[in-house]
Ligand binder design. Structure first.
Ligand code: MN
Ligand code: MN
Length: 474
């Protein structure tokens, strides 16, 4: 191929080669360190919204309103909307980045506690698309809230502090797995067998004579281990078994997010789908607070993406609409909602599946994302012939690639796997219905939805720069 031919062809760029300068490398490492801290701290949607609110608040975003030009609203502690005024009013169109705060996990059932065969367990009901086998025989932590009948909210975090006990789901020993091994994967791991081991020691029976000792001996015979778990929970949190009915407790992988590889070039941790985009959109907004944007900048952090975007905190809820109405009311009361929406540009910031080195046959190479080659645009998602897809308009794709080319940020475009090998959806289609331009864009990761997802430091950095370019664009 001649040099002239090279100029006509497109190849995606490796971000490690683009950002090999000292300054970029130093910035990349700092960003990665902040990200690992964020990922370690934010294991649930509530942790995530707390983190966002704290950092936005420090940056001058006031909670509850938009009077001063920078504001945010929170829905049920699980979704958050933040907006910053631009030099042009909302009617010129908002620049919005959407991402989701929830991740696949195991929720405790409303009546979780039981005791059998020498252990107390908590029964679980999985949330989102998990591969069940990945959750057995590994340390798990418990996060969430318990709300008492008097309305008081008790926050629970167990199994994260160094030295603190963790939880686990026992797996079948291979010696007895002969029958199990012959079953198809879909059937072999039963959700009702995903029970979290909570304890093993029976409640203490007082040895000294007296009324309490007698009572313990009499009642202690039935489920003494469960009784001990309840006793410990009561000591620590002041709760009783009935309080668990009004609780949301989530079992998630315990422990910190970590660098991966001899070169520490990858980042491993739970919940990167989609907290990597939660983090990057926040960091993109906060990085350029010294520059007055042309357009109103909005970050929308949504819950329930992994289970169909339902509920009052998901993308199908009216929360987004209410917030935009408040923004219009505060900054340009005469603007029409439809006008604002029709002029808006959105990025549905979600992760993409990178080509898996061990499963390359499931990807169609021309239209796949490579780890390290920058944020990945996904023009459409869906499955079975683009069913349930937002198919972004080519005019918008052209504007975006022009924007990133001008900013010198590498990008790639991909669809998720070979046609008919599976598929998936994002929140893009719900916001497209307002008439705004929107496209899926985010880093490609490995082992998506697993307890230890892998992302590239170079993609983290490139996506941050891409989001900054988008928020600042005219
Ligand atoms: Mn996602
Ligand atoms: Mn997902």
């Amino acid at each position: 191929m001649s040099k002239a031919d090279d100029k006509l062809a497109f190849t995606s760029k490796n971000c490690w080669e683009v950002y090999n300068g000292k300054k970029d490398q130093a910035e990349m490492q700092k960003l990665a360190a902040r990200y690992l801290d964020f990922l370690t701290r934010c294991k649930t949607e509530r942790n995530t919204v707390d983190y966002l609110a704290e950092r936005l608040n420090k940056a001058g975003f006031s909670l509850g309103g938009f009077k001063n030009g920078k504001g945010m609203k929170i829905m049920q502690g699980k979704a958050l909307f933040a907006a910053r005024k631009g030099s042009r009013g909302p009617s010129a169109g908002l620049h919005l980045i959407f991402s989701h705060t929830d991740a696949p996990r195991l929720d405790l059932k409303q009546r979780p506690l039981r005791e059998q065969s020498g252990v107390a367990q908590a029964k679980t009901h999985y949330y989102g698309g998990i591969r069940k086998y990945q959750w057995f025989a590994r340390p798990l932590a418990l996060h969430g809230v318990v709300v008492k009948a008097d309305g008081s909210v008790i926050r629970v975090t167990l199994g994260e502090e160094p030295g603190e006990p963790v939880f686990a789901i026992s797996d079948l020993l291979p010696h007895l797995a002969a029958a199990q091994a012959d079953q198809p994967l879909r059937k072999v791991f039963e959700a009702e067998k995903m029970n979290l081991v909570l304890g093993h020691q029976p409640a203490p029976v007082a040895s000294s004579a007296g009324k309490s000792a007698k009572r313990d001996e009499k009642n202690g015979a039935k489920d003494p281990i469960k009784a001990n778990v309840l006793r410990l929970l009561n000591q620590k949190y002041g709760i009783i078994e009935e309080d668990l009915y009004s609780a949301e407790l989530q079992a998630v992988p315990a422990g910190p997010a970590l660098e991966v590889g001899l070169d520490a070039a990858l980042l491993g941790g739970y919940g990167q789908d989609d907290r990597i985009n939660v983090f990057l959109s926040l960091e993109a907004l906060l990085a350029d607070l010294d520059k007055r944007p042309a357009r109103t900048q909005c970050l929308v952090f949504l819950d329930k993406e992994e289970i169909g975007s339902e509920g009052s905190t998901g993308a199908k809820s009216r929360f987004f609409e209410y917030c935009v109405q408040d923004v219009i009311e505060a900054w340009e009361p005469r603007a029409r909602f439809s006008e604002v929406m029709l002029n808006s540009r959105g990025i549905s910031a979600d992760v993409h599946g990178a080509v898996d080195p061990d499963w390359q046959e499931l990807h169609e190479k021309l239209n796949s994302a490579l780890l390290g080659h920058g944020p990945c645009f996904c023009k459409f998602t869906g499955s079975r012939g683009k069913y349930e897809a937002n198919d972004a308009h080519p005019e918008y794709v052209a504007w975006l690639r022009g924007l990133l080319n001008k900013a010198g940020v590498p990008w790639q475009m991909a669809e998720l796997g070979k046609v008919d090998s599976g598929g998936g959806g994002t929140v893009a289609m719900y916001f497209a219905s307002y008439g705004m331009n929107i496209i899926d864009c985010g880093p490609a990761i490995l082992a998506m939805h697993s307890p230890f997802e892998l992302s590239s430091k170079a993609d983290l950095y490139a996506t941050w720069l891409a989001f900054r370019a988008f928020l600042q664009a005219r």
